[in-house]
Design a protein around this ligand. Sequence first.
Ligand code: HEM
Ligand SMILES: *[C@@H]1O[C@H](CO)[C@@H](O)[C@H](O)[C@H]1NC(C)=O
Ligand SMILES: *[C@@H]1O[C@H](CO)[C@@H](O)[C@H](O)[C@H]1NC(C)=O
Length: 496
Amino acid sequence: MLLQLLSVLWESLSLPEVLLFLASFLLVADYLKRRRPKGFPPGPMALPVLGNMFSVDFRKLHLSMQQIAEKYGNVFSMQFGSEWVVLVNGLPLVKEVLVHQGENFLDRPPFPLTNEITGKFGLLASNGLSWKQQRRFALSTLRNFGLGKKSLEERIQDESRYLADAIEDEKGQPFDPHFQINNAVSNIICSIVFGDRFDYHDHRFQKLLQILDQSVVLQGSIWSQVYDTFPTIMKYLPGPHQTIFKNWEQLKAFVKEMIEKHKEDWNPSETRDFIDAYLNEMAKDDAASSFHEQNLLFSTLDLFFAGTETTSTTLRWALLYMALNPEIQARVHSEIDSEIGQSRQPRMEDRDSMPYTNAVVHEVQRISNIVPLNVPRMATNDTELAGFRVPKGTILLPNLTSILFDKDEWETPDVFNPNHFLENGQFRKKEAFMPFSAGKRACLGEQLAKMELFLFFTALLQKFTFQAPKDVSLSLDYRMGLTLSPQPYRICAHPR
Ligand code: HEM
Ligand SMILES: *[C@@H]1O[C@H](CO)[C@@H](O)[C@H](O)[C@H]1NC(C)=O
Ligand SMILES: *[C@@H]1O[C@H](CO)[C@@H](O)[C@H](O)[C@H]1NC(C)=O
């Protein structure tokens, strides 16, 4: 009866009326969706359909919500497309999310773009039992290879020698160190996962590194937000997101090829690298269910990707800060001269007797802030944060910038100042030093990265003085991507 009435009414409407009716229906539905859940953290009004997407500047996302933060406090919410995102600022609350309530915020959100690339496999984007098993295996395998026959330390020393030789070939002339550093750093994780390094003149590998770099930029741009908001439409439209997919297909093909080679000459009694160890694990009768082909591919890809981009970006910042602060560079040089000299390579043991160099490396990591808003998390359970309700499935961004630049934690947050990590000439740890995040889902490669940073940095400063090219002033402008990285620059490396 009612249905009949409705259909009569429907048929009597003109096309404009139908459209008007539909439009108001959609707007009301949209409005209801845009209402904050009860007890949810406050925040600015969201626009229909787009949410708060255009309230922020994506080229400096990590700084752009200052005014909103000032108005609403340390926990506030915004809507991107149809997803609610809670922003968390300041040491106490970020620690609450990552550490004290770590269990409640362990998951990664299933963003459409990431889903398209890795599905729910691997280390970075996976959740639940699969994530737990993959992470435990990756951590223990990395540890084992550190203690293997040719220790990790030795591999980094060998690679620093190749890198220093390549830089010496530039003969003190201006050059862009980007892809040499990228290649050197990548070779360390490559030797762990693939059992091999790649020559700096290997065109195919250099091309892969460039593809990786391009994806890092594109994925941090507004395009990934647009894709995540309208995935079903965007999938069929041209645009930079198609380049992202194409790039990942090439990276996947490369890793697949490596895996196939390993399968061909696999020998269970001789484990050469991560892939061999994984194949052994898969062959076990009681292998946990998550050790399969897909996870092998994506765990390997995640290690390759995360192990290349971050550390290499940090080293590129380090050279810039040295060239811009010659008196600090001179103090590093003199510490190297008195503790190591020129006749041998730096080793990890040296770090304890080199507080100044150690402090400089930490300060580079603090101020370069390469993962400014952390990697997004998602609430695993309904919970409470600072008195607000946070329902299961809410996306959270624990703002690392707010900690690394906190005025209460650092004397001169905006100035490069190694004294932040020194006390009476000794190295001092700081709780607010959190570039790797914290808690159970913190960076998996923290130990490896710290070793690489100290050894590569010290080896380069042992051999060279870094300076701006004549009549050029170097800039600290950044490029926003998945990481904050320096704008391309040219620098001179004068042999010492
Ligand atoms: C300067 C160097 C690095 C920085 C600043 C850095 C930073 C980070 C951050 C902030 C996260 C997110 C953690 C969270 O959600 O709480 C992360 C995750 C991760 N990092 Fe790093 N990272 C670095 C180097 C590395 C290296 C060398 C590797 C290679 C082994 C690596 C592998 C990973 C992986 C696999 C994850 C995902 C962990 C998970 O979801 O369980 N990282 N990193
Ligand atoms: C993150 O922290 C920085 C520094 O305190 C602040 O300027 C920025 O607005 C914060 N961003 C977000 C998204 O909360
Ligand atoms: C949160 O949920 C997970 C499972 O989804 C459960 O194992 C865990 O105990 C819960 N934590 C709390 C604090 O309720």
